[in-house]
Design a protein around this ligand. Structure first.
Ligand SMILES: [Mg+2]
Length: 336
């Protein structure tokens, strides 16, 4: 109670005492990528242009404002975050699978893939090298042509949570094997894993395959924790020895998990393990002292050397010492 109460103050909710007791046993941890290691929402990350950047972004943002695509939303939000006011558009057309075409203040804007540029006979070959570089680092790059001339490119990507890298290195320090799992392709997965220091990656895993990966590790004799946020993580969260759900994720994931990490960042994982270790050590100390009093007291009392009131006091003292020791858990500090 003292341990899980203290953990709750740090936003780590154990569903029951047995989960708090089991958490310190885990030796392998599987992290879902999207929404767990990363924020799960694309953001504007790169702007490459030889024109005036603010003016370029103003036109790009205005053109994308009409699109409902999540990547377009990311661009518009990124432009607005730079306090750039977006003008209206004269016309807009979404070209599914290619990109968009819009007219903004008389400029004919094309934003999209290499194929979109080819389709409109725009020569953007000069941009291909830097575009591939962005793609290799797991980003989605879009080419921009203004009045049928290549003008620059923007890239969006699902970015990593600020706390992820530090949390991963703490988990490794604790001696855990850290594995990242995702449905994404190998290249994107590797790029993210490298940035946070994860060596083991399972990419292109189908949603139903996540629980299989947990079972595989368990078959090697490992105690496995799974950390996820999505509905598709639920079977794996339930299969793992300890399932941890990110509090900013779906209700289904939290329902299936044994622990909910309310803060939504990964530093709660080493904190949870730390709290579990502290609590188990405390429980062992309590057992030692409770038994110690009795193994000392009973023989002495049996031989008639202990007055009944002293025996009674010793009995009460053993309970008091156990409770006092347990209450020390309320002062435990985590690194957060
Ligand atoms: Mg996810």
């Amino acid at each position: 109670m003292a341990g899980s109460g203290r953990a709750a103050e740090f936003g780590i909710l154990f569903k029951g005492g047995e989960h708090l007791e089991q958490t310190h046993r885990i030796d392998a941890i599987i992290l879902d990528k999207t929404g767990t290691v990363t924020k799960g929402k694309p953001e504007l990350t790169d702007v490459l242009t030889e024109r005036n950047e603010a003016e370029f972004l103003r036109l790009v943002g205005a053109a994308e404002k009409n699109s409902e695509h999540p990547l377009a939303e990311a661009i518009v939000e990124g432009v607005k975050a730079k306090h750039i006011e977006l003008p209206g558009t004269d016309s807009f057309e979404a070209i599914p699978g290619f990109g968009i075409r819009a007219v903004v203040e008389g400029s004919d804007m094309l934003i999209g893939t290499r194929r979109l540029m080819d389709k409109f006979n725009v020569d953007a070959t000069e941009a291909y090298a830097s575009m591939s570089k962005l793609e290799e680092s797991g980003k989605t790059a879009m080419l921009v042509a203004i009045n049928h001339e290549y003008a620059g490119m923007v890239a969006v990507a699902d970015t990593i949570k600020d706390s992820s890298a530090a949390a991963v290195s703490r988990l490794k320090e604790m001696g855990l094997q850290v594995i990242m799992i995702t449905g994404d392709n190998e290249r994107t997965a590797r790029a993210i894993a490298d940035q946070v220091g994860i060596d083991h990656v399972r990419a292109e895993v189908l949603p139903e395959g996540k629980a299989e990966e947990v079972k595989k590790l368990q078959a090697e004799g490992k105690k496995v924790a799974m950390v996820g946020d999505g509905i598709n993580d639920a079977p794996a969260l339930a299969t793992a020895d300890i399932g941890m759900a990110i509090g900013t994720g779906t209700d289904v994931a939290m329902e299936a998990a044994d622990v909910t990490l309310m803060r939504g960042d990964l530093s709660s994982i080493p904190d949870a393990i730390f709290m579990s270790r502290k609590t188990m050590r405390n429980i062992k100390q309590n057992l030692f002292w409770a038994l110690g009093y009795n193994t000392l007291g009973i023989p002495i009392a049996a031989l008639g050397f202990l007055a009944p009131w002293v025996a009674g006091a010793a009995m009460a003292l053993s309970s008091v010492s156990v409770v006092l020791n347990a209450l020390r858990l309320q002062r435990v500090k985590v690194r957060g």
